[in-house]
Design a protein around this ligand. Structure first.
Ligand code: ASP
Length: 428
């Protein structure tokens, strides 16, 4: 069995939905579990809607609601010539349900309301796509993710209950797959990414970009053979093509290397997604939905030595903070433990650090509220020197890299090397 994940960009228009159906048709006879995101940028629109709902901006609220509705109805109308009134009714009912929520006063729990509203984006997407697949003779059944991915009640950042999820998958999905495997149709189930549900039946979400994680959770519970994430890029590249002219596709990397890249800030697959796959040794492939015949990138465990292609990761808007103890004590355990506890307290992630006898330098992402709070906390015991708006370049496998073009007309203000990774903090 394969688990497919189609992100928002792959289902942003009627043409894209048709393309998804073509891709699925290429995998005849293979049981497929399909996970889909909300269409296009719908999640952003729903976030905006939730904001208006809480700010009592009625005019904006219903304008935004109408735009979301129109976008989905237009896609549906373009997809279906003779749109079945039953289907259009069920689509309209979803919007009526949403409208009823928006017309009632909200509870004080923003995160709860957010999940109730924003999750509708994925629900609409699954309704339209599964209907289209069935219309195109690709027989499929859709399932509520909230019935199979069981989480706690930490709304917007729900944590998976693995035991309950595996049980739900066994009870709900497996019987469907075993029944359809013995029939003539291709066993195909579809569900919403990003969504879970509490044991009490309330809808939750797994955090932004959570659909990749949904695919990994289901692959884990279903013991799938492979996960395929369909993207608008040919696979994982060694740099962001918006920043580097000539990028190289990484055909095969290990889970560990993918985790390293994500740690340094590459927008690859989130480690949270990789973990369940790593545990069960399930390969993950990233492929282009524009070029489904190409291999893309395979992430798995069967790699002894990672490809030594250098990868370039850029982070902007960096703060370089140097602290030195007011009492001239060394930067040793007690000072370091105080410094780290302040970073932990304000939830500031360190991107690079270095120390000398009486000074400790650390580089992190600027944040409007966290950065001043952290500096205030450290000021009590340390003299502070702070530089803003710097750039951090991390190069994995730097020995084969040509660094010159990246530091041309720039001054390196902090540098760190391990055997595999070079980090340079630069200023213009
Ligand atoms: N639709 C959600 C988001 O945009 C989840 C996802 O697509 O991964 O974050």
């Amino acid at each position: 069995m394969y688990v497919f994940k189609f992100g928002g960009a792959s289902v942003k228009s009627a043409d894209d939905v048709r393309n998804v159906a073509d891709i699925i048709a290429r995998y005849k006879n293979i049981p497929l579990m399909i996970v889909v995101s909300a269409m296009g940028k719908t999640t952003n629109a729903f976030e905006q809607l939730t904001e208006y709902y809480f700010k009592d901006k009625e005019k904006h609220l219903f304008e935004c609601f109408s735009k979301i509705k129109q976008y989905h109805i237009e896609i549906a109308e373009e997809l279906f010539n003779n749109i079945d009134s039953k289907f259009i009714n069920s689509l309209n009912n979803k919007f009526k349900f949403l409208e009823t929520i928006l017309k009632k006063p909200h509870s004080e729990n923003y995160n709860f309301e957010y999940d109730r509203i924003v999750s509708i984006g994925e629900e609409l997407s699954v309704m339209i796509i599964s209907y289209y697949l069935n219309e195109s003779n690709i027989s499929t059944r859709w399932f509520h993710a909230r019935d199979i991915i069981i989480t706690d009640a930490r709304y917007r950042d729900a944590q998976v209950n693995w035991d309950k999820t595996c049980k739900a998958v066994n009870n709900v999905l497996l019987p469907y797959f075993s029944q359809t495997t013995h029939s003539s149709s291709q066993p195909l189930a579809i569900t919403q990414g990003f969504i879970g549900g509490t044991a009490a039946g309330y809808v939750t979400t797994l955090g932004r970009e959570g659909s990749d994680y949904s695919a990994a959770i289901l692959a884990y519970a279903l013991n799938a053979n492979e996960v395929l994430i369909w993207k608008d890029v040919p696979g994982l590249l060694n740099a962001d093509p918006k920043l580097v002219k000539q990028t190289v596709l990484l055909p095969n990397i290990s889970y560990q290397e993918a985790i390293e890249l994500a740690y340094y800030g590459a927008k690859v697959i989130h480690p949270k997604t990789l973990k369940p796959l790593l545990t069960k040794n399930i390969p993950l492939r990233v492929k282009s939905f524009y070029e489904p015949g190409k291999d893309g990138t395979l992430i798995n465990n069967n790699i002894k030595f990672d490809d030594q292609t250098p990868s370039y990761i850029f982070k902007f808007n960096q703060v370089l903070l140097s602290v030195s103890p007011k009492d001239f004590s060394f930067i040793a355990e007690h000072n370091l433990s105080y410094i780290f506890s302040e970073f932990a307290k304000y939830n500031v992630r360190i991107n690079m650090m270095q120390n000398s006898a009486i000074s400790f330098s650390v580089c992190f992402d600027f944040d409007r509220t966290k950065t001043p709070a952290l500096i205030n906390g450290l000021k009590k015991l340390f003299h502070i020197n702070c530089l803003y708006d710097k750039e951090l370049l991390t190069i994995r496998h730097y020995k084969k890299a040509n660094i010159k073009p990246f530091i041309k007309n720039r001054k390196v203000i902090l540098e760190q090397k391990t055997c595999d990774t070079l980090q340079l903090l630069v200023k213009k």
